[in-house]
Design a protein around this ligand. Structure first.
Ligand code: WTA
Length: 636
């Protein structure tokens, strides 16, 4: 079914002045449903919803809309000639600019190509692309025809890609010959070919390949097609399919404390409401803004703040392909200067890396266009926050340290420019309607100042619908640990002003440069190996990456112990990706265990951090002597 819609809402609302903000907060507290309906009315609905959250736990049920219509079509009348997307490559000449009208054409063409290859509403399409405009175009093309996109991070190994394709049962892949990272060429198509060797021969029908550098990549007759000629030949119009508010918009795989990565499902109406609202208020979105979010499209930040959020608000997005300091450390600052970027959203890892290059590098660029600086994905240290504020923001930009997760769909706890000012390392306050609580060890809510497990009491529209093909797991991971609450997996402290300070994961998830890696994910792939009897993976603080992975391995045969570190690194790189490769590996005789046989990670963390004593009460260990032996091991 297709339709064209009437606008419910013209241009995105400007940031509400402070009195309206307080009004919104009050409304959210007293009449949450009315508040959520207000937010939903930001979108263009084909059929407007009549209620926010219904008894079945569904958001905006009965509402009908299309995500691509909201990101593109609705702007054609008002801002068809405004830039929607700027793409910049490493050399200044390599760039591409698309107005909303041009973006609409490109998306329709891509959508027509997908239809021609048999993609139907509800089908899953895998997108494995470098940071080029086609990434966003492909996502929107899927949304337009109601296909569910599944973007795969460029750093995943072939096996990791195969696992995700099999789980989602995707039939079509959009990829590129290569990606460009500084002087390196990253093989995309070859990685996909390698992934296919791990899949049944009839899994993938079609591979569409963007030629980025016209690299000579193997193409299989009948299955693989060059995308560019198909796009040029495709019709440049196509109506939007009508989707229900709770129809899945995309799947995104993420790691948790359970073994395999899981396919988080985001819906259409609730997700889009939350992505567009949060982008608007947290970045004080204004007409003419140039919004640069540096996240890879393969992560949730890329979905909500490279693509859907800013486009739904009629902004201009910037996509840059390449590394922060290549060919020299001034590269990204020059991009900000060149395009007069107003909002820059990046990760503490990037900030730390650029900070190391000194103040003169950004000092040489005109960064006066900047208004809001954002950070996400991992804790930001006071030092990095202050550098961001002083050297990049020139003491006049708002710095927003935004806390959220793949599962939350959008920002949850964050400063709001002009309303809630940031302070170093504090995520500050939950956004209106977000009902954050801290739970103590006894599972009870902590009132006032204190520290505990961060949970959400009331639901919010951006929350993931479920886990692909495994709703029981969704319930188990997020809703069962603390009945009546959504469990985030993070700990936090609340100060006397009610501001939240995230203290880090309370589960076994390691955060390396903002990439989530489950300890169990690493342990599972290593434990499969016949040379490894036992292993444990932990995270320790790392000055550049935030955290680094450290693995302890017990060899099956001590005679082969010497080759194990290299061997284990290869396994992790092959089965997960290079980003998960352990920084240090200890080959040991045994692991510290409780009497019931559980690894005591707390002790492993201390040992890996170089602590020699202060291990506390060891009487619960099945073999307390094992600590002495562990202390003798040297990391490799
Ligand atoms: C961590 C990224 C401290 C946290 C959007 C969370 C943060 C996980 C912050 C989600 C922050 C994210 N301060 N820690 N501002 N933002 N985290 O799913 O542990 O890739 O649970 O989503 O990153 O990572 P994910």
């Amino acid at each position: 079914m297709t339709s064209t819609a009437a606008h419910n809402h013209e241009a995105p609302e400007h940031l509400p002045p402070i009195f309206r903000w307080h009004e919104m907060q009050q409304r959210a507290a007293l009449d949450p449903d009315a508040h959520w309906m207000d937010l939903a009315m930001r979108l263009a609905w084909f059929t407007a919803p009549t209620e926010a959250l219904n008894a079945a736990g569904r958001w905006f049920d009965g509402g009908k809309l299309n995500a691509c219509y909201n990101a593109v079509d609705r702007h054609l009348e008002m801002r068809g000639d405004q830039l929607a997307l700027i793409w910049q490559g490493e050399s200044p000449e390599e760039k591409r600019e698309l107005t909303y009208r041009a973006l609409h054409r490109e998306v329709c063409r891509m959508a027509n190509v997908l239809m021609r290859f048999g993609v139907k509403e509800g089908d899953r399409v895998a997108i494995h692309l470098p940071a080029i405009a086609e990434g966003v175009i492909a996502m929107l093309a899927c949304a337009r025809i109601g296909a569910i996109h599944m973007v795969l991070f460029g750093g995943f190994s072939a096996e990791a890609i195969a696992d995700r394709i099999a789980d989602a049962d995707a039939k079509l892949i959009i990829t590129a010959d290569v990606g460009r990272r500084g002087p390196k060429r990253v093989p995309f198509k070859k990685t996909i070919d390698a992934a296919l060797t791990h899949l049944p021969p009839d899994q993938i029908d079609t591979i569409l390949v963007m030629s980025v550098t016209h690299e000579d990549v193997p193409m299989q007759e009948g299955r693989d097609h060059l995308l560019a000629p198909l796009i040029s030949a495709a019709p440049d119009t196509l109506p939007c399919v009508t989707r229900d508010a709770n129809d899945p918009l995309f799947l995104l795989y993420t790691s948790g404390s359970t073994g395999k990565p899981k396919g988080v499902i985001h819906g259409t109406g609730g997700y889009l409401t939350w992505a567009s609202f949060t982008q608007n208020v947290v970045f004080d979105h204004r007409e003419g803004d140039i919004f640069w979010c540096t996240a890879d499209l393969g992560w949730i930040t890329g979905h909500s703040y490279v693509a859907y959020g800013p486009l739904c608000n009629g902004g201009t997005i910037l996509i840059y392909e390449g590394m922060p300091s290549y060919p020299d450390p001034g590269q990204w600052w020059r991009v900000i200067e060149k395009y007069r970027v107003t909002s820059f959203y990046t990760s503490p890892t990037v900030i730390r890396a650029l900070m190391r290059e000194g103040d003169d590098v950004p000092g040489a660029c005109d960064l006066n266009s900047l208004r809001v600086l954002g950070s996400v994905g991992e804790p930001i240290s006071r030092e990095a926050w202050e550098w961001f504020y002083r050297v990049i923001g020139r003491n006049r930009c708002h710095v927003v340290d935004t806390w959220w997760q793949t599962e939350t769909g959008g920002i949850m706890i964050s400063p709001v420019p002009g309303i809630v000012e940031g302070e170093p390392s504090a995520a500050t306050l939950p956004l209106p309607g977000i009902d954050a609580v801290l739970l103590g060890a006894d599972g009870r809510e902590i009132k006032g100042e204190g520290e505990g497990v961060l949970c959400m009491r009331r639901p919010w529209p951006g929350r993931a619908l479920s886990i692909w093909k495994n709703d029981a797991l969704f319930q188990k991971i997020y809703l069962a640990p603390y009945p009546g609450y959504y469990f985030t997996g993070d700990g936090a402290r609340r100060d006397g002003n009610g501001h939240y300070w995230i203290t880090g994961r309370v589960d076994d998830v390691i955060n390396v440069s903002g990439h989530r890696i489950g300890s169990a994910e690493i342990e599972d792939v290593l434990a499969d190996d016949r040379d490894i009897a036992e292993c444990a993976a932990i995270g320790i603080p790392h000055p550049m990456k935030g955290q680094a992975v450290v693995v302890f391995i017990v060899p099956r045969d001590t005679a082969r112990a010497d080759m194990l570190p290299e061997h284990a690194r290869q396994i992790v790189s092959r089965r997960i990706g290079r980003y998960a490769v352990p920084e240090h590996i200890y080959v040991v005789h045994d692991l510290p265990k409780t009497r019931s046989g559980k690894n005591v990670r707390r002790l492993l963390r201390k040992i890996a951090s170089g602590e020699k004593d202060g291990f506390g009460d060891l009487s619960t260990l099945s073999d307390p002597e094992c600590i002495e032996r562990l202390l003798e091991a040297t990391p490799m």
